[in-house]
Design a protein around this ligand. Sequence first.
Ligand code: PHE
Length: 339
Amino acid sequence: MDKNLEAIKQASLEDIRKAEDLKKLDSARIRYLGKKGKISALMELLKNLPASEKPLFGKELNSVKNDIQSAIERKRKSLEDKEQNTSVSGFLDVTMPGIARRTGAVHPITQTINEIIAVFRRMGFSIADGPDVETEFNNFDALNTPANHPSRDIQDTFYLENGNLLRTQTSPVQIRIMKKVKPPVRIIAPGRVYRNDTPDATHGHTFHQIEGLYVDKNVSLADLKGVLHSSARQILGNDIKIRFRPHFFPFTEPSVEYDFSCVICKGKGCKVCKNSGWLEISGAGMVDPRVYKNVGYDPDEYTGYAFGMGIERIAMIKFGIDDLRLLYENDIRFLRNLK
Ligand code: PHE
């Protein structure tokens, strides 16, 4: 091959090899194959060669031109591939950890309610329901709560303009059920209740209760104690103790308030139980015969017990929280840590 041609070929291939990006590759292309490029110049030269030399030189020149062209093409492809792999959109590092998708979770109050419901279902209770807006009759009168009772005071009860009220307890569900069903009845009724209280660490204007009611023949206070103790053990663990304190409710006789031993400090005293070792859960008692009269049950034939359970109190022990307001601020960072 012509020496000059050979040198141009080598130089061009070297330039192409060294081109580190598409721009440099293009300037190499122009340098050799462009209108004023070295190969084009030789094409001009070819025209003036004697006829005897034309065929050989023409052939060699063409073959060099093709070699350069295909070398450029190959290099262009490899540069393009490289560029795509390093550009942001095309970059894929299969060793990178994935982006975790967090799933939602059931709110601690709902979790607590669900767990308590499951416990009582296993003991044969069915679920009852009542509205948040109640009549004064169901919330107070039928529950033997006289018109002058302090809990009826506007300072404790949210009254609506039409004379109804936001129920202050889940006990009116007892009335609704007993008016509908003949004994035996064995129900629990979870729900929201409202009181005109100033919120603090252990009180809210809106909170949750679960009402329990069992009416049948020969039901006794011992049955009540047994059911509450058994459910407490299932909800909070076998170590739990329960105690009754004498109390008064208009719709139960005798009435008690009952406490669970604090499972957080095991009765030693801590912030959650205010150092007493006990947590007040709610009230309970044997259904007052006057309530039976109000719903058309025969008090000589039937006896029964009723109890309330403060859900927030139980959730506080279950999750070890000393301020129930935390449950309602719905700060995801806090809720996420409750298991
Ligand atoms: N309703 C009562 C309260 O909210 C609790 C209770 C329920 C008491 C059932 C006796 C029987 O304080």
